[in-house]
Design a binder for this molecule. Structure first.
Ligand code: HMG
Length: 391
C-alpha cells in the first residue's frame, strides 16, 4: 500500500475494571499450586468489574480520551464489538454515543463473532474510510469474560475495553492488505442466550485455535502476504498469555522455523505484559496486546506486526500492520499503566459476590451502589432499562 493510501489505527486507548482478583487468591481458594497459573497459563491476575461497571462503562471510559483528543466532527460511525452484550436488540454503542455526546449524524452498530468481532469491525472501518478519507470510525471492543465458578476456565476470566480511532494517514499503525481468513463450524466455546457464563471444551478450544493459525496463514500466503521473516513482532488473541506462545510456536513449526523459547519471547513477549494482569477481555484482547507492545517495546518504527485474531466458533484472520514513524508521541502508556495499577485488590468472597450478581427480571427499580472510580457508571435498572451516568 502506498503511504498516500494508508489507513489504520490513529489512536488507541483502553480501560479496565475497578477490581482485581489475583491468581494467588484464586489458587489459595481452589487448592491449586499457583505455578499452574503463573507459569502454566501465564496469568497473574484478572480484572473484575464493580457492580456499577459493565461493557458500556468500560467502553465509554476507553473512548472518552480518544474523542477528547480528536473531537467528534469526523466520526460518522461507531462500531462496537462484543460477545457479552447487555441487550439483544439495542447496540451497546448507542449508550456510549450518548454518554460521550457524539453527534446525531452518526451510525452505530454492534458486531458479534466471539473474540474475533473487533477485527471485523476494524476491517469494516477501513472500508468506510476508503470510501471517504475525510471520515473517521470509532471502533470499540469491550467484554467481560465469565466462566462458571470452580471450572477450568475460571482462571481465564478478565474484563477490558479498547477504543481505536480508524482514519486515513494514521499516527500509530497502518493496516495492510491482504488478510488471511478462516472459518470452521466448531463448538469449542459458546454461550447460549439463557446463560451468563460461557461453555467451553478447553482442550478442543486450544486445538481449534491452532488449526485456525494454520488456516489463516495458508490463506494469507496464498493471497500474497509477507514472508514470516519480515515481521518484527506478532500480536495474538490472548485468552491466557501462554496461548500466544503456543500459537506462535505452532506457526513457526508449521513454517519450518526455529522454535526456541528465547526466539518466541523476542517476537511476542511485549504483547503479553497487560494481558497477564487483566486476563481475557475477549474482543479487546488482541488490541490490548497491541497497546502493550506499543507502550512497552523499544522503538518499532517501520516494523511489520503480524496480527492473529481468533474467535471461537470459529472465525480467524491474520493480517499485517506497519508501525508509523513518530508513533511514540501519540501513545497513552502512562494512563494505560495507571488503569492497571489503580485497580483494587479484592478477596475471594467479594469476587464471588460480584460473580453471582444479577438483576431481577421484574421491571422494578433496581439502583446500583456506587463502587467504580471510573468516569461512567451503571446507575441501575428501571422498567427493564439500563440507566448510565457520568460518575
Ligand atoms: P486446565 O485443563 O485446568 O489446565 O485448564 P492444564 O492442566 O491443561 O494446565 C494448564 C497448563 O499449566 C499446562 O501447560 C500444564 O502443564 C501447566 P501446557 O501443557 O498447556 O503447556 N501446569 C503447570 N505449570 C507449572 N507448574 C504447575 C503446573 N500445573 C499445570 N504446578 C484450559 C486449561 C485452557 C483448558 C482452561 O484454562 C480453559 O478451559 N480456558 C478457557 C478456554 C480457553 O481459554 N481456550 C483457549 C483457546 S479458545 C480462545 O482463545 C477463544 C476464547 O477467548 C473465547 C472467544 O473466542 O470468545 C476462549
Amino acid at each position: 500500500m502506498s503511504e498516500d493510501a494508508a489507513i489504520g489505527i490513529h489512536d488507541l486507548s483502553f480501560a479496565t475494571a475497578q477490581f482485581v482478583l489475583t491468581h494467588a487468591t484464586l489458587a489459595a481458594e481452589n487448592g491449586y499450586d499457583v505455578a499452574k497459573y503463573h507459569a502454566g497459563i501465564g496469568q497473574r491476575s484478572m480484572s473484575v468489574p464493580a457492580a456499577d461497571e459493565d461493557i458500556v462503562t468500560m467502553a465509554a471510559a476507553a473512548a472518552a480520551p480518544v474523542v477528547a483528543r480528536h473531537g467528534a466532527d469526523r466520526i460518522r460511525t461507531v462500531v462496537f464489538a462484543t460477545e457479552t452484550s447487555v441487550d439483544q436488540a439495542k447496540a451497546a454503542g448507542i449508550h456510549v454515543h450518548s454518554l460521550l455526546g457524539l453527534p446525531s449524524a452518526t451510525r452505530v452498530v454492534e458486531l458479534k463473532q466471539a473474540c474475533y468481532a473487533a477485527t471485523a469491525a476494524l476491517q469494516f472501518a477501513i472500508g468506510l474510510v476508503h470510501r471517504d478519507r475525510a471520515q473517521q470510525v470509532l471502533v470499540i471492543a469491550s467484554d467481560v469474560s465469565k466462566y462458571e465458578l470452580g471450572s477450568p476456565g475460571e482462571a481465564t476470566q478478565g474484563a477490558a475495553a479498547v477504543a481505536m480511532l480508524v482514519s486515513a494517514d494514521p499516527a500509530l499503525v497502518r493496516i495492510e492488505d491482504p488478510s488471511g481468513v478462516y472459518t470452521a463450524d466448531i463448538m469449542d466455546f459458546w454461550r447460549p442466550n439463557y446463560r451468563t457464563t460461557a461453555l467451553v471444551d478447553g482442550r478442543e478450544s486450544v486445538s481449534a485455535y491452532l488449526q485456525a493459525v494454520e488456516g489463516t496463514w495458508k490463506d494469507y500466503t496464498e493471497q500474497g502476504g509477507r514472508a514470516l521473516g519480515e515481521f518484527g513482532a506478532f500480536c495474538y488473541h490472548q485468552p491466557f498469555t501462554k496461548m500466544a506462545y503456543k500459537a506462535h510456536r505452532h506457526l513457526l513449526q508449521h513454517c519450518g522455523h526455529n522454535t526456541g523459547a528465547g526466539e518466541i519471547a523476542r517476537f511476542i513477549g511485549h504483547t503479553t505484559t497487560y494481558n497477564t494482569e487483566i486476563g481475557n477481555s475477549y474482543t479487546a484482547s488482541m488490541y490490548l496486546g497491541l497497546a502493550s507492545l506499543l507502550d512497552n517495546a523499544d522503538d518499532l518504527t517501520g516494523q511489520a506486526v503480524g496480527f492473529l485474531s481468533y474467535g471461537s466458533g470459529s472465525v480467524a484472520e491474520f493480517f499485517a500492520g506497519t508501525v508509523v514513524p513518530g508513533y511514540r508521541a501519540h501513545l497513552r502508556s502512562e494512563v494505560h499503566r495507571a488503569a492497571i495499577a489503580r485497580r483494587q485488590d479484592i478477596d475471594y468472597a467479594k469476587y464471588r459476590e460480584l460473580h453471582e450478581r444479577s438483576f431481577p427480571a421484574d421491571g422494578a427499580d433496581h439502583p446500583v451502589e456506587r463502587e467504580t472510580a471510573g468516569p461512567y457508571r451503571l446507575a441501575g435498572l428501571s422498567g427493564h432499562k439500563r440507566i448510565y451516568e457520568p460518575r
